[in-house]
Design a protein around this ligand. Structure first.
Ligand SMILES: [Zn+2]
Ligand SMILES: [Zn+2]
Length: 396
């Protein structure tokens, strides 16, 4: 089947894809609460003849459907669908879901004859929570030869600068006292948190340009006339790789401890169980994606300093397990950042529909090429991650 034929198949599917995308966009759900999105997508797959397992791989809002040849190589199509607090689908995951759905539906009639097996995975909780990591721990990616997804952005990029990240919650405990009559009795947890925050601010001048540390105050006391006995801050600590993240984590921890020590308070640091790893794109897969993209008349760029999206994703961990790609497809005017209301608005409408359509065509073709394009599969395997990597990116 040629790229033109797959394009026509996806064109016929568009009303169904737009309907699913619109429904998910209109009802944003946060990480691990995406029951509506899961049901919406699972219903479409079921009505197209697939058996769908909801709550797959120990994750309530994950799903799985598999089809195609028993013997061929297996491609995983990853569908994200979680949203953000306040701004809904400001990361456009409804587009990821609809493009993945479209590629799956286009492959159903042809996979068996091609000798291709397809595993459709609904992967929740990308915006924190590490849904894919949890699923991977439970075997979601075993037997997978390539994992494919496509993320919307403000331009076509071959990949995202996805760096490692770990979340941290810092809990400060002091001693309450009357703030006017006996301040000397109090130990101020808010002061401790503020000094910890400022210590991190000082640290930022002496970290690599590519590293990021950002935090917010979650709790800073209850009433001004009571010395705060409890304060809480939440942090994202990011570095180029999981390896370089380790020493940065230690430095951030020291800064936060310093605030507590200065104020006679205690601090507990709770690191998120799942650290996100840096993304390692598979070169042969990415090269073929680029060729297909140009055949469609698109012009994907390699990220550069003035054209890049810096962030983190749990797809990074998957890329250390199986050959993977995470290209970005334009749905918003250049300069529209992810995680904004403007991007949420762009994730619905004509431009988003074009992104869904082309994304579905590209992923479906790439999956087919693994079995019909010379030695692409061999090259993908040869340049894939080494199995020794796996434990470190799932359990750290
Ligand atoms: Zn996001
Ligand atoms: Zn995203």
């Amino acid at each position: 089947m040629s790229i033109t034929e797959i394009s026509s198949a996806v064109d016929r599917l568009m009303p169904e894809l737009i309907k699913a995308s619109t429904a998910i966009h209109a009802r944003p759900e946060l990480c691990f609460e995406e029951f509506f999105a899961m049901e919406t997508l699972a219903d479409v797959l079921t009505s197209n003849g697939l058996r769908v397992k909801r709550g797959a791989y120990g994750t309530d809002t994950a799903f799985e459907a598999e089809f195609g040849s028993q013997f061929g190589p297996t491609v995983a199509l990853l569908l994200e669908y979680d949203a953000l607090p306040s701004i809904g689908h400001g990361c456009g995951h409804n587009v990821i879901a609809a493009a993945g759905l479209g590629s799956a539906l286009a492959l159903i009639p042809i996979a068996n004859d091609l000798g291709l097996r397809v595993r459709v995975l609904g992967t929740p909780a990308e915006e924190g929570g590490g849904g894919k990591i949890k699923m991977a721990r439970n075997g979601a990616f075993s037997g997978i030869d390539a994992a494919l997804m496509i993320h919307p952005a403000d331009r076509d990029l071959l990949r995202m600068n996805a760096i490692a990240i770990q979340e941290l919650r810092a809990v400060y405990r002091g001693k309450a006292a009357h703030a006017a009559s006996s301040p000397h009795e109090g130990r101020n947890a808010l002061d401790a948190a503020v000094l910890g925050y400022n210590a991190v601010a000082a640290l930022r001048q002496h970290i690599r340009d590519t590293e990021r540390v950002h935090g917010i105050f979650v709790h800073g006391g209850d009433k001004p006339n009571v010395v705060p006995a409890y304060a809480e801050t939440l942090w994202y600590v990011r570095s180029d790789t999981l390896t370089s993240l380790a020493p940065l984590r230690d430095r951030v921890a020291s800064a936060l401890h310093g605030g507590a020590q200065a104020c006679g308070c205690e601090v507990e640091l709770h690191w998120e169980e799942f650290a996100y790893a840096e993304m390692v794109d598979n070169p042969p897969l990415l090269n073929r994606y680029e060729e297909l993209s140009r055949e469609l008349g698109r012009e994907p760029m390699t990220p550069s300093l003035d054209a890049r999206v810096v962030g983190s994703t749990d797809m990074g961990n998957i890329s250390h397990l199986v050959p993977s790609i995470h290209p970005m497809i334009a749905i918003a005017p250049p300069g529209t950042p992810l995680h904004t209301e403007d991007f949420a608005a762009a994730a619905i409408g004509e431009s988003a529909s074009t992104g869904i359509r082309d994304g579905a065509v590209l992923l479906a073709n790439l999956a087919c090429d693994l079995v019909r394009q010379g030695d692409l599969l061999g090259q993908v395997r040869a340049s894939g991650p080494s199995p020794e990597d796996a434990f470190g990116v799932l359990f750290n």
